[in-house]
Design a protein around this ligand. Structure first.
Ligand SMILES: NC(=O)C1=CN([C@@H]2O[C@H](COP(=O)(O)OP(=O)(O)OC[C@H]3O[C@@H](n4cnc5c(N)ncnc54)[C@H](O)[C@@H]3O)[C@@H](O)[C@H]2O)C=CC1
Ligand SMILES: O=C([O-])CC(=O)C(=O)O
Length: 411
């Protein structure tokens, strides 16, 4: 491997210093010094062997990993230059998780705690979050963890935050649809988004709470009512659909997992989840039966987990993994990485529907571009499935919007 800058990335422990650093203090939490070797050992989700960030255990895709590697290599050099004058922490973003004590919230918070880009991690819940924060705070990664319990502490949880992730709300039990969660989760999301509007209106807002097809339009209406809606910064987290599609396709076709990328468009419930298998990278051919079977499996994967958990909730660990990937992508975009692409359910003009999941390019200001090419040249099967999902997705969007309006009238 090419020689790397003398500086070494260290996290809150005794630093390993190059000779020119030897007069500097040995222990400097957040005094991050980077080289490529130490980057791989820190980013625990990219397994230790991922000298080039291409380990199969990475939640970063191959392209993303390459971009990350590039961005870190550059930053290592910059950091090294800067370092001669001034210690500048690299971890500089504040992230808040609302619903942090829950099934998704806990593992998600752990994964975010492992990010080299996060300086402050704010954990908010209505109960049981103190212990989660105490536990996490012992991990020797750079971010400072703070806990916030209940409505009276919500504003402080949000002040100055760059990315807010909302997994607050109830999960499904067997026999329920995601829409069956609407009556409880719509109000939870509305209240939390109001607080986001009041305290960190510029933050990227990631909505996980179901039904995402409706909770994202609710969030948009709340932000509009507060006069702070920026459609580029509101995201429905549909990353788990992509994670699943990649996994199932790689298994079915015996492909190296890290290479597989399947765009998933539409929404995040049943038939509104539309994997575009014809756009799979690397290019791979499927029989009609395979397309049918894979599409249905991806659409029903949430239900598969709900049934396997038999009343104990829905996907939490894979969801945390997927949401952490989306957070990391957002932070890289905020940090100036110009090569960040994810699928997400966002305000969109790709179809006649006001919200639609598709691949987007993320930048410092949020959605920089909606990638339209995935919807071009669809197969007949995909085109039919796209038309078939529209009425359901439209109804879910309208349900969310009308909920937000009714709440305003009632207030
Ligand atoms: N977008 C997606 O792909 C996925 C979405 N989900 C959804 O995520 C949500 C959470 O799922 P789990 O973590 O499994 O549920 P959970 O019940 O384990 O955790 C939810 C947490 O939210 C907290 N909470 C409830 N009301 C709150 C409020 N007003 N403010 C702050 N926190 C509040 C609870 O105290 C609890 O700690 C569900 O709606 C589920 O359907 C789940 C999997 C995938
Ligand atoms: O299925 C559920 O209720 C949770 C969810 O959204 C998923 O796992 O995709």
């Amino acid at each position: 491997m090419a020689a790397t800058p003398a500086a070494t990335f260290s996290i809150g422990t005794t630093s390993s210093l190059g000779s020119k650093m030897s007069s500097l203090p040995q222990s400097k939490p957040c005094a991050l010094r980077l080289n490529q070797n130490s980057l791989k050992s820190f980013s625990g989700l990219k397994a230790a062997s991922s000298v080039n960030c291409e380990s199969e255990s990475s939640f970063l895709g191959k392209e993303s990993s390459a971009a990350l590697r590039g961005s870190f290599a550059q930053k290592a050099q910059k950091a090294d230059r800067r370092f001669q004058y001034n210690f500048q922490p690299r971890a500089s973003y504040k992230v808040a998780v609302l619903g942090a004590a829950g099934g998704i919230g806990q593992p998600l918070s752990l994964l975010i705690k492992m990010s080299p880009l996060v300086s402050d991690l704010h954990l908010y819940d209505i109960a049981n979050v103190k212990g989660v924060a105490a536990d996490l705070s012992h991990c020797n990664t750079p971010s400072k963890v703070r806990d916030f319990t209940g409505n009276s502490e919500l504003a402080n949880a949000l002040k100055g935050v760059n990315v807010v992730v909302i997994p607050a709300g109830v999960p499904r039990k067997p026999g329920m649809t995601r829409d069956d969660l609407f009556n409880i989760n719509a109000g939870i999301v509305k209240n939390l988004v109001e607080a986001v509007a009041d305290n960190c209106p510029d933050a990227f807002l990631h909505i996980i709470s179901n039904p995402v097809n409706s909770t994202v339009p609710i969030a948009a209406e709340v932000l509009k009512q507060k006069g702070v809606y920026d459609p580029k910064k509101l995201f429905g987290v549909s990353t788990l659909d992509v994670v699943r599609a990649n996994t199932f396709v790689a298994q079915q076709k015996n492909l190296k997992l890290i290479d597989v990328d399947v765009p998933v468009v539409g929404g995040h419930a049943g038939i509104t989840i539309l994997p575009l298998l014809s756009k799979t990278k690397p290019s791979v051919s499927f029989t009609d039966e395979e397309i049918q079977q894979l599409t249905v499996r991806i659409q029903n994967a949430g239900t598969e987990v709900v049934e396997a958990k038999a009343g104990a909730g829905s996907a939490t660990l894979s969801m945390a993994y997927a949401a952490a990937r989306f957070v990391e992508s957002s932070l890289r975009a905020l940090d100036g990485d110009g090569d960040v692409y994810e699928c997400s359910y966002v305000q969109s003009d790709l179809t006649e529907l006001p919200f639609f999941a598709s691949r987007i390019k993320l930048g410092r200001k949020g959605v920089e571009a909606i990638i339209s090419s995935d919807l071009q040249g669809l197969t007949e099967y995909e085109q039919k499935a796209l038309e078939a999902l529209k009425p359901e997705l439209k109804a879910s969007i309208e349900k969310g919007i009308s909920f937000a309006h009714k709440q305003t009238v009632a207030a």
